[in-house]
Design a protein around this ligand. Sequence first.
Ligand code: NAP
Ligand code: ZN
Length: 346
Amino acid sequence: MHVNAYAAPAAGQPLAPITIERRDVGPNDVLIEIQYAGICHSDIHTVNGDWGPQPFPVVPGHEIVGVVTELGSDVTRHQVGDRVGVGCMVNSCGECTNCRNGDEQYCLEGMVGTYAGTDRDGSTTQGGYSTHVVVDADYVLSVPAGLDAAAAAPLLCAGITTYAPLRKWGAGPGKKVAIVGLGGLGHMGVKIAHALGAEVTVLSQSLKKQEDGLRLGADEYYATSDPGTFEQLAGRFDLIVNTVSASIDVDAYLGLLAVDGTLVNVGAPAEPLSLNVFSLIGARRSFAGSMIGGIALTQEMLDFCAQHDIGADVEVISVDQVNEAYERVLASDVRYRFVIDTSTLA
Ligand code: NAP
Ligand code: ZN
């Protein structure tokens, strides 16, 4: 099947229309007609080669919502007409300890990324900036009816990437949680941490988005450009989730943690971060990382979001606006996720 898509032809090049091939629907596959695809900063890192060489052309997009239009003969968990989602992962070995524990994203053989990945049949995966995708049914999520389709798309990456560490490190009543960076991931982190019952603080570069942050569910909002912020909040938080796409001063943020507090890095900048171990030793603090979330946890997150009426705040664009949207994301000018209406590819 040949389908319309948008791809980066080479590192750092603007995206342009392309036709790609989707494999035939195998016994455990579903064919999805894509409706919306979110733009994650990871798409931009990949296209710009921030994380090293990638296979080009690459069709980005790992925040996919659409409708099932065809089923393989063995598929029982989805039906034609179901509204479904696909996140950052479309396959894994399914048999290693991590896969068996529901941590398919940490598959010991390497999970298969939704784009720029090598699928188990040896082909290179291509993502959601396209009209259709064929995905193994076990990696396809059910999108609850109560969620708006466009607002649900970013949950498949930004939602699960923030939900996973908030759950793992116990965000809830009585916990003081800070979210660093109010972009796509950050605004989901604020909504989810608030819904989990935590006391939420946003740490943003400036106070420009303060009103939004408080509306999204934050209790407090501080500018990290003000050095006084780091004095005022010293030793305050149980958990900090850093979503910043660029390098931060890790030691400064560790100083904001209480004894036993954890700073979880989900932001994935191109450059290594440096850290003075005394920032950890001095208050038994931890510095951790987290990558998306397993399939079962992703479904739990979607159900949680439906129950709490949480979707992303989105700006829906047509596919020909994608390069402009990338520029705006790079300029931290996103409120709070661009989502491509993929019907504009038809
Ligand atoms: P985004 O929408 O661009 O948000 C990032 C935010 O970081 C910006 O809105 C901005 O917030 C802040 N920021 C940007 N540049 C900064 C700088 N130079 N100094 C300080 N703050 C800065 O990006 P996103 O889609 O949320 O993704 C964020 C990062 O997470 C990316 O690196 C992405 O690749 C990574 N990611 C990781 C995973 C994972 O599994 N670990 C999954 C998805 C994405 P303020 O304006 O509020 O300061
Ligand atoms: Zn992403």
